[in-house]
Each structure stands twice: as C-alpha cells, then as structure tokens.
Ligand binder design. Structure first.
Ligand code: ZN
Length: 324
C-alpha cells in the first residue's frame, strides 16, 4: 500500500483531521472538539487519542505514514515544534506539541502557523493550481495570510513574513489589536467591515435599511452588509466599495512587490462571493504596476474548510523534499 499523510488543522472550536494520499487526495476526514478548559491541556492528548482510535478503525499503523503535518494558531517554532501564545486555545505558555505527538505516535511531525498552512493547501490543491508563486489572504474575524514565493513559504527572520493583515492601508485609521493604526485587518475583516459601516453611517444622508439598522443599535454582521449591498442598498454598496478599495489596495502592494501568479482570497467573509472579488479586482488593477496588472490574478479560494488539512499534508511533503 502506498504511504499516507496525516493532516491536522488545529482551531479554537474544532480540530480537523484527515488522512491524505501523497498526491493530496483526502481519503478520510473527521473532527473533534477543541477542549480549551484548564489552559487547553487536553488538546494534544485528545488529538493523539483520536488518531489512535481512527488508525485502529482503518487498520493502519505508524508505518503506513510518511508524516504528520499541523497548522496551529499562535506563535509557532517550526524547528522545535512548539506553540506559544495561542490565546483562542488558552495556550498561554509554551506547548511541546511536536515532542508529545512524535513520542506517542512515532510518526515524523511538522508544524507551521495556521494561515501559512492554509496557504499551502490552496497553493497545492486549490485556487493556486500548484503554481510556485501564490499569496493567500484569509478574511475572517481577523485577516491572515501566507506568501509562497519560488515554491516555499516566506517566513522572514522572525516568522512574521506574510502578516498581510497588518499592512497599513489607511495611515491614522482605526486602531488595530496589534497596537498600530490603519491595518488591513481593521477594515477588511468581519469586524472591520462593521468599523467602516459605523464610520460612514453618520455621513450618509439617503434612505438605507442598513443605516436604519445601525442607527437603531441593532446587531449587524458582515453578511448583513453584503446581503444589503446585493439588494442595491446605496449605503451598504458604499461600505462594500470602501472594503473592496482597501483590500484591492493591499493586493496591489502584494502584487507590485511579489508579482505572484495568484492572490487567493478565502475565509468566511469571502463567501460574499464573486460579487466582492470583482470589486477588489477593480481597485487592485487601478493600483498595480502595468505588468503586474496583466500577469497577477485575483481568485477566490476553492478548498474552504479543507485548506488546513490539505496544506498540512503539503507541509509534510515539503519537509521531506528538503531533508532528502
Ligand atoms: Zn495591526
């Protein structure tokens, strides 16, 4: 039997696991709840137990696997295989993830930041079409990113390469959780679009359902803003236009710097669909160097929730090639 890869996508509410072929085909997938109680100390033991259980179920053992890959939130030390400061997992102190998992499962283990791993997934089997120059931007509660240049992830000297969410697109703008102002994340995330909606609602004088909802103090979500814009609500259209402007501007900076084949946009907010991507493309093209405009393409992500486990599989493959 050909060898398999185990991909793990560790998140704040669930851990997704998958058994993949070396070609990146998902053969089995399942998920478990992330138990963040007690400083998240059950998370790694729960993963180990779940892997044991499923390997028994499929009558497989460690020798069937070339490796385990994992994407994790927080600050990841790729060499030591540790994770620090993953607050959505309640991991405040350093966690010895690699050591614990390798000792228990006897399979080589590789780990990287979750956004980087999702970027590898989209590059390999998703919208990146296995191109060697792909940038991935994920729009969720925050904005994450991963840069693949010349076939490899860009980590930088201190693993802060690809912090696309903190590109300054509006100097002096909204305050960001990172401590500075005007970051992409403050306008192009699920919470960012609400920042824009509240800011501009005072200036808008016309008739708008969205504006009325904000003025009435009703809870609104990013989805409400996009849905209203699709319904031709003038104010919602203006908010989405600002959102697309900032995201398109950030994409032009990425394009002018890296000239990737694809800038892939994913994450929950990207579910607004081609409607949003078209507007982002418009501003991207307006601000791009002519040859970048012609050659770098903006695309929607294709793998959805599977990007993490598939990218974790690619992480194993890459490390194999590098050590071979
Ligand atoms: Zn920031």
């Amino acid at each position: 039997m050909s060898k398999k890869i185990l991909g793990i996508d560790l998140g704040g509410t669930s851990v997704k696991l998958a058994i993949l072929t070396e070609e990146g085909e998902v053969q089995q997938k399942w998920s478990i709840e992330t138990n963040t109680l007690d400083g998240g100390k059950q998370i790694v033991p729960d993963i180990i137990e779940s892997v044991h259980h499923h390997l028994d179920l499929y009558q497989m053992d460690a020798t069937d696997f070339v490796g385990i890959g994992m994407g994790s939130p927080g600050a990841v030390d790729r060499i030591k295989g540790t994770v620090t400061g993953a607050f959505n997992l309640n991991w405040k102190k350093k966690q010895e993830v690699k050591k614990t998992i390798e000792n228990a499962l006897q399979i080589p283990f590789f780990i990287d930041n979750d956004a980087n791993v999702a970027a590898l997934g989209e590059k390999w089997k998703g919208a990146g079409a296995d191109n060697k120059d792909v940038v991935f931007i994920t729009l969720g509660t925050g904005v994450g990113g991963g840069i693949i240049a010349n076939g490899g992830l860009v980590h930088g000297v201190a693993d802060s390469g690809g912090e696309i969410g903190h590109i300054t697109i509006d100097p002096g703008g909204f305050e960001c959780s990172c401590g500075k102002r005007g970051c992409l994340e403050t306008v192009a995330s699920a919470t960012g679009i609400l920042n824009l909606a509240r800011k501009h609602s005072d200036e808008f004088a016309g008739d708008s359902t969205l504006k009325n909802m904000i003025d009435d103090g009703r809870q609104i979500s990013a989805k409400v803003v996009f849905d209203q814009a699709k319904e031709e609500d003038e104010f919602a259209k203006m908010v989405v236009d600002r959102f697309a402007y900032f995201l398109g501007l950030a994409c032009s900076h990425i394009g002018n710097m890296l000239n990737p084949q694809y800038i892939v946009i994913g994450g929950g907010v990207s579910n607004a669909g081609e409607f949003l991507i078209e507007q982002v493309r418009h501003y991207f093209e307006e601000h791009s160097f002519p040859n970048v405009r012609k050659t770098t393409k903006i695309r929607r992500a294709e793998l959805g929730n599977d990007a993490g486990v598939i990218g974790a599989g690619y992480l194993v493959k890459q490390n194999q090639t590098h050590s071979a």
